[in-house]
Design a protein around this ligand. Structure first.
Ligand code: FNR
Length: 383
């Protein structure tokens, strides 16, 4: 891991180690992928102010997200099928996050279950909920997350219907994956990945299979999933979910100021300014380009988090300067997982921490909680 110095280094290593159909699943966006690209590209438009001759000793990256202490304000985003990047991926990523002191968010669509992750962690993690039309299943998921002592529910709002990712269709990525000759060869030439995968029982979507009444095994999962995302999801649903959950609630997938104002009124604890990593509305603006407007629009009525396109510590600082209290990384930790399992996730977090620390110092600040617009160089206000 020592020569893997950037998130892109981890990505290239993961590309070598993970079968193409699963690597592509992570490294893809909806339709033309224009929003996926914009998420990353727009960060580089934001310039930081270099300061000199200020005391740069005793720096601190520690902060809080929804009141929970974090060693740096960077959480792991919920990502479906994470256990396909590396066997037992969700459990390993959760452990790496716990040791690092940052939140881990488990997806509804994970391979390992809520209970699997709870069994290998000591501190509470966060659970991400998709609202399905089978409301008994949703209630059951909420109760399981409560029983596992999850400390926050992340409710995803931007997937009422599923947008197409062309790479997944071309690769035959379904549940279970199509065993075409290219896919079989691709797996066979990656013995490390295969051995890990066949050595674990956690190869199926364990939050769902055996829990949703119509999904007895993997063969019925694809059809069920395609029908289950609730196209009628509304603010009323947010209300009953909030009530049933009764704990900290984070609303994920807000990209519009008007929706952010509604979210603030809903009584949720935080919103995540997000376009699902460019995997839903192709053509939507990048998350970073709307962050400031949303943060200014809601003021201090609700805590603001963001995700989408963060690939460095510099990007984390840019987002904090524009109004986020914390950010999430999706693909950076998936690349780490694919590159080297738990150690790879730790490496991804370490890369970001080191970059964030240096960047903070060279901007003339010692405490990450001081991040603000005064640290940006914006003569013509780019972004
Ligand atoms: C996601 N994302 C996601 N979000 C969510 O709420 N539930 C989920 O199950 C998933 N699944 C998922 C799978 C994969 C492979 C990716 C890359 C992303 C979106 C995720 O939480 C987050 O919004 C983005 O990943 C953030 O963008 P970056 O950091 O990947 O650029």
């Amino acid at each position: 891991m020592s020569m893997l110095l950037t998130i892109d280094d981890l990505k290239q290593r993961a590309r070598q180690r993970v079968p193409k159909m699963f690597f592509d699943y992570a490294d893809s966006g909806a339709l033309t992928e224009s929003t996926y690209r914009a998420n990353e590209e727009d960060f580089s438009k934001i310039k930081l102010r270099q300061r000199v001759l200020v005391d740069m000793t005793n720096r601190s990256l520690a902060s809080t997200m929804i009141g929970e202490p974090v060693s740096m304000p960077v959480a792991l985003a919920p990502t479906g099928s994470t256990g396909m990047q590396h066997a037992d991926g969700e459990m390993l990523a959760a452990q790496a996050a716990e040791e690092f002191g940052v939140p881990f968010t488990l997806s509804t669509m994970s391979i390992c279950s809520i209970e699997d992750v709870a069994s290998v962690t000591k501190k509470p993690f966060w659970f991400q909920l998709y609202v399905m039309t089978d409301k008994d299943f949703v209630l059951n998921l909420i109760d399981r997350a409560k029983a596992a002592k999850c400390s926050a529910l992340v409710l995803t709002l931007d997937l009422q219907i599923l947008a197409q990712r062309h790479k997944d269709v071309r690769n035959g990525l379904t549940a279970p994956p199509k065993m075409t000759i290219p896919n079989i060869i691709d797996m066979a030439i990656r013995p490390g990945w295969c051995l890990g995968m066949f050595g674990t029982k956690r190869r199926t979507f364990r939050n769902i299979v055996g829990h949703a009444k119509d999904v007895k095994d993997l063969s019925s999962l694809s059809a069920w999933t395609n029908e289950q995302f609730d196209p009628k999801l509304s603010w009323k649903d947010v209300e009953w979910i909030k009530e049933r959950w009764g704990g900290k609630l984070i609303l994920k997938g807000i990209l519009d100021k008007e929706d952010a104002v509604m979210a603030a009124k809903s009584g949720a604890d935080a919103i995540i300014v997000s376009n699902h990593g460019g995997r839903q509305l192709d053509g939507a603006p990048s998350s970073i380009s709307v962050l400031e407007e949303i943060a200014d629009g809601v003021g201090d009525k609700i805590e603001i988090h963001m995700d989408g396109g963060i690939r460095s510590g510099q990007d984390v600082l840019r987002a904090l300067c524009l109004g986020a209290k914390g950010v999430y990384i999706g693909r950076p930790f998936l690349y780490g997982l694919g590159a080297g399992g738990k150690a790879g996730v730790t490496t991804a977090l370490e890369i970001i921490r080191k970059e964030l620390d240096t960047t903070l110092a060279l901007c003339g600040k010692r405490d990450i909680r001081e991040a603000g617009k005064d640290m940006l160089y914006r003569p013509d206000r780019p972004l």
